[in-house]
Design a protein around this ligand. Sequence first.
Ligand code: CA
Length: 228
Amino acid sequence: MRLLIVEDDAPLATGLSRILAAEGHAVDVTSRGEAAVAAASRERFDLVILDIGLPQMDGFEVLRRLRAAQEEKGAPVPVLVLTARDAIDDRVRGLDLGADDYMVKPFAMPELTARVRALLRRSQAHAGPRMVHGPLTLDTVARRAFLKNEPLELAAREWAVLEVLLARVEKIVSKEAIIQAVAGWGDELSPNAIEVYVSRLRSKLEPAGVRIRTVRGFGYMLEEYKDS
Ligand code: CA
């Protein structure tokens, strides 16, 4: 999943980003409301974690603009608002403006990750949490993969690459599109790195007949699964 953190408290932003990346998400961080609005209009995020107390454009204004932009596009992105302890009214105002959930600072990280999971689960519910491809199943909510009904170990980045390919079976996916889906802004992720993840995926999946084809000079394609 692709997450955007909008938080001007740098240590908190870094901590959040690290924990959510460890859960396998691609995480982008900005400290400025203006940048968040611009990013959300340019790219698709699965969840936004939004601090209310930001310099210049505050979180309320960011939320208002996100919701206004989405009325045209549909499919609203879930927003988890972070508010200061002494600003309980912010919570009400945030929910009025269309926030999906809120947390009051300071909070415990496990509580935040649980809320993030719940929000993602809610927004994915209509899409179906399971991706099935022949003997391969990805449970995108529990974040568990199975191959021939056996648990399959995937590193976070391998998971992310596989999720992109699985969403477009029999369609060519460019390396750039994979990088875009997998990497946060801060990551240095080269096409060569993608090759490494694909080659690891192949060694895990090909024995079960799940094949990723290289489309030379362009990208990859998850082939339709044929039971043979
Ligand atoms: Ca702040």
